[in-house]
Write a protein of this length. Structure first.
Length: 223
């Protein structure tokens, strides 16, 4: 009970991923070209420029929290519908149908991002929905655990790029450290040569002043 074949009406998620990839590449190419252009000289103050941009489509005024939420919700519904139509698994279909229903009722999507290195790198993946303070979806992304946080600019609960449930999915080159502290080795004491005139008390005092650990001194003294 995996994915449907294209003949069976599957392949919707792959087609959507391919379209989104082209859109991301086009947006990145446009931004690179924009960065190469010389800056325009203007006599407007920062405040005047912000006021002007707020009147433009997609400007500060256009990117309100409510519009961002509507966009994230519509995108999530499209994604979940494609995934539902691709699967044969009845339980998966039921879960996806429930999330779609919650989103259509005004729910907020909970999303993560595919890590770099794969064909879907940078693509957003919906992993749950929050509505009325209740979360439905993959438990590793439940906002109540701190795994995801609300991003008002994105209009959704989001994790860091390349993470799932706050845990790295791979590519972490950081060394793993042991949870227990390494034991401190007992210092090695070099025996002090006792001359014919050196008493046992003198030897003890020399041992104490040699910088040896307290435990080792006690062993020596209690002999």
């Amino acid at each position: 009970m995996g994915e449907k074949t294209e003949a069976e009406g599957g392949g919707n998620e792959r087609a959507r991923s391919a379209r989104l990839k082209k859109e991301r590449e086009a947006a990145e190419a446009y931004q690179r070209n924009l960065n190469k252009q010389p800056m325009k000289q203007t006599t407007l103050t920062d405040r005047q420029q912000m006021a002007l941009e707020s009147k433009m489509p997609g400007g500060y005024g256009g990117m309100t929290a409510s519009k961002a939420a509507m966009g994230a919700r519509a995108s999530a519904i499209e994604e979940l519908t494609a995934r539902r139509d691709d699967t044969r698994n009845p339980i998966s279909r039921m879960n996806l149908d429930n999330q779609i229903k919650e989103l259509k009722a005004g729910g907020t999507p909970v999303q993560t991002t595919f890590a770099a290195g794969g064909s879907r790198a940078g693509e957003v993946l919906t992993v749950g929905v929050v509505r009325g303070g209740r979360f439905s979806g993959r438990q590793g992304f439940d906002p109540s655990t701190g795994a995801t946080k609300m991003d008002r600019f994105a209009g959704a609960y989001r994790t860091r790029a390349g993470t799932r449930g706050g845990v790295s999915t791979g590519g972490d080159s950081s060394p793993t450290r042991s949870a227990t502290a390494p034991s401190t080795p007992e210092p090695v004491i070099t025996p002090i040569s006792q001359g014919p005139s050196m008493s046992e008390d003198a030897a003890r005092r020399a041992m104490m002043s040699s910088g040896a650990g307290a435990a080792t001194r006690r062993k020596y003294i209690n002999r």
